[in-house]
Design a protein around this ligand. Structure first.
Ligand SMILES: [Zn+2]
Length: 465
């Protein structure tokens, strides 16, 4: 019997040569010019397709669409590779429960190589499992460390990790990034469900925490709670930079320090990170090919046009993500050098999920977009919850209606007037009528999970199937 001891189970020299950790990355990969990026991407894409060809999930998908890896001769051929969505993953799990037929490794492979196992999406159906090889974990941790480095986190920093250390990958890969590749110590609190927010604030104070990892929503909740406890979040703590997820503007205002955005998801870990220029998120293009495609046709859309993100991970040895249409909405910047100096292509900030997108009288509307628009109204506090339902007005055909529930900043506002004004604002900006309901501050918490969930719930589909 042998045990695959961690320290010698992958070639670490090869790892850091191929996927540079923060310091080497900033001086190396970050400065690559377009032709070098494209060359590496094509080489790694071919390797990725060869790995995909070994996995039953892709064998079936590609056969169905009459695709063969040899069809890809250049990066212009990306569009020939069949896309898939979460529905295909769900089908795969139904076909071969509980792991699906998309895994490369199984638990018994733990005899030969250290593995990690996490699941996603357990709240909305069967959990979707991913088994990560050690190589995939280490590259994922390096991508996390690069992100934090771009966000101003430095060796010796004390970083409170307020993501959920639970069934999901996020908190763990961030933890490993700080620990293995950045020389930072994580203060592991988890979300408000595990460590009450008041207690997290005591941790910030007692242990001199210099940065926090959390969603923008939760960072705002921390600031709010600190204030209620009598602290001044700007001056009573040691926080000097924040690595967030989601709209950073209100967080910057609350903390008075730099706040950076990023984009990541379960299976592939960090994909893109904001730089100091603050104009979109740079894709780690040595590790990913990212495309934006039309919501309906699936065809690539030009830079600046909204569509679904389609991700191809180039670095993984375990499960492959090859043209995975993740149904997150964004848009691409053009191929141009950023003012930070990097040529790595940028995507716009995350704009919502297209699977919560609703077509109202021919116009695409999604909850996160409405949530952003209401922030322009100073009398609301930014909390919201959307639902969509089918209504049947008298003598008219049935139609879908969206309602946004909004919290007033103050109990004493004129709710009727506020409702009228927010409805008018949304109509002007979205181009279609959205119903508005105004609530007292704090009353949507039950619906959104504010203060306890890592990612807030913002949407409910109340239409009958
Ligand atoms: Zn930049």
């Amino acid at each position: 019997m042998t045990i695959p001891y961690y320290y010698n189970s992958i070639d670490f020299e090869k790892l850091v040569r191929e996927y540079e950790p923060p310091l080497e990355f900033i001086e190396g990969t970050w400065k690559w010019e377009r032709d070098k990026i494209a060359r590496v991407q094509l080489h790694r894409l071919k390797e990725t397709l060869a790995r995909g060809a070994q996995i039953p999930f892709f064998q079936k998908l590609w056969q169905k669409h009459d695709f063969h890896p040899d069809d890809v001769k250049s990066l212009d051929d990306m569009n020939k590779i069949p896309m898939y969505t979460i529905d295909d993953i769900r089908e795969s799990i139904d076909r071969k429960p509980p792991f699906g037929d998309y895994q490369s490794y199984h638990f018994e492979d733990g005899k030969h190589t250290p593995l990690r196992f996490y699941t996603s999406g357990g709240t909305t159906g069967a959990p979707r499992p991913t088994i990560y090889s050690q190589w995939d974990r280490e590259v994922g941790a390096i991508l996390s460390a690069r992100t934090f480095y771009l966000h101003g986190i430095r060796p010796g920093d004390v970083v409170m990790n307020s993501w959920a250390y639970s069934t999901h990958n996020a908190a763990w890969i961030m933890d490993h990034g700080l620990w293995h590749w950045l020389g930072c110590t994580a203060v592991t609190t988890g979300t408000g469900n595990v460590t009450p927010t008041e207690k997290q604030i005591e941790f910030l104070k007692t242990f001199g925490v210099t940065s926090i990892l959390a969603t923008s929503d939760y960072l705002l909740h921390i600031a709010d709670t600190a204030q209620k406890m009598g602290y001044d979040i700007k001056h009573d703590f040691n926080i000097n930079t924040l690595s967030a997820f989601g709209n950073t503007a209100p967080v910057k205002e609350a903390y008075g320090c730099p706040v950076y955005d990023s984009y990541a998801f379960h299976e592939v870990q960090y994909v893109a990170a904001e730089c100091s220029a603050g104009q979109g998120l740079h894709i780690f293009e040595d590790a990913f090919i990212v495309e934006i495609v039309d919501f309906e046709t699936g065809q690539p859309v030009p830079p600046g046009h909204r569509g679904n993100l389609v991700i191809t991970a180039l670095y993984k040895t375990g499960t492959q993500q090859i043209r995975y249409n993740i149904q997150d909405i964004s848009a691409m910047y053009d191929y141009e050098q950023c003012s930070c100096g990097s040529w790595h292509r940028r995507i716009h900030y995350f704009q919502g999920r297209s699977d919560t997108m609703v077509k109202l009288r021919g116009i695409n509307v999604w909850p996160e977009a409405c949530g952003k628009i209401i922030l322009e109204e100073p009398r609301v506090n930014g909390e919201y919850f959307c639902y969509v339902e089918s209504v049947k007005p008298e003598n008219k055909p049935e139609r879908d209606e969206m309602t946004i529930m909004v919290e007033s900043k103050s109990e004493s506002s004129d709710f009727y007037q506020l409702q009228q004004d927010v409805a008018k604002l949304l109509k002007a900006r979205v181009g279609v009528q959205i119903n508005v309901e105004i609530y007292s501050p704090g009353s949507l918490r039950e619906l959104t999970g504010h203060g306890v969930r890592a990612k807030l719930k913002r949407f409910e589909d109340r239409r009958e199937l």
